[in-house]
Design a protein around this ligand. Structure first.
Ligand code: PGA
Length: 242
């Protein structure tokens, strides 16, 4: 069952999602958070930073694992997810940088990196709350539409649709990396709670397919309907076709 929370707009979505993460950290200060990049979570991170600065939140004992990372981008590249997480969240709060984890995009040994990152996720002893965005094509992390659900951390070739969607962040479409490391659907589904967020009219068709369509690897996010504790927080625009 996927619970759906409808919000007025992006800010309302961001605050409500931040409230869920905040409650998680207050109730369990040593929570393991599964974190996501993309434009949608930015307002959530900004809100959490604000609450941290007011003294309402403490991340000293939180550990984090991120969903994914481009292959071939160094950490200091401004489009690497390592850079994104530091700039938009980690450097503004008191999380221990040693306790934040992402796939190593510069490890070109795909098999080795996938095995290593799977171990990292396993060693957390379970993700308490996994935050997710959803791609226009239904991807979660970089689990692109496919014939099967991928179980574990793997290296994916990005679809043309994802490359086009992400080209806005690069000098040109040719600069968008073609491969990425991502947690698999199995690892995402193992999280105790899942929070998926979406905003804006561009997400309306995929949210319609997600909510009204079947569970299928062609819409990777649809598997969340089988998760025991998954919540979608989305604004009016994103839910306008539901
Ligand atoms: P977005 O990306 O938040 O930038 O829309 C979501 C995703 O691709 O997972």
């Amino acid at each position: 069952m996927l619970k759906v929370v409808r919000t007025r707009d992006y800010d309302d979505m961001s605050r409500k999602a931040a409230n869920v993460i905040s409650a998680q950290v207050i109730l369990k200060p040593d929570s393991v958070l599964g974190l996501a990049t993309g434009s949608t979570p930015l307002g959530i991170y900004r809100t959490l930073i604000g609450w941290y600065q007011k003294g309402d939140l403490d991340f000293a004992h939180v550990r984090s694992v991120n969903l994914d990372e481009y292959q071939g981008l160094p950490r200091e590249h401004d489009q690497s997810y390592y850079y994104f997480m530091n700039e938009n969240f980690f450097k503004h709060i008191n999380i221990d940088p040693e306790q934040t984890h992402l796939p190593d995009g510069m490890n070109m040994d795909a098999e080795g990196e996938c095995a290593r990152y799977h171990q990292v996720v396993e060693s957390m002893g379970g993700i308490d709350l996994q935050l997710l965005g959803i791609g226009n094509n239904g991807h979660i992390g970089f689990n692109e539409p496919a014939e099967d659900f991928a179980e574990r951390v793997h290296c994916v070739e990005l679809t043309e649709s994802t490359i086009r969607a992400n080209a806005r962040f690069f000098a040109s479409e040719a600069d968008v990396p073609r491969y990425a490391y991502t947690m698999g659907i199995g690892e995402i589904m193992s999280a105790k709670r899942v929070l998926i967020v979406a905003s804006g009219k561009a997400k309306a068709p995929i949210l319609r397919d997600l909510i009204h369509g079947p569970v299928t690897p062609h819409v990777p996010a649809s598997i969340l309907k089988f998760h025991p504790d998954a919540t979608l927080i989305a604004d009016e625009d994103a839910l306008s076709l539901v």
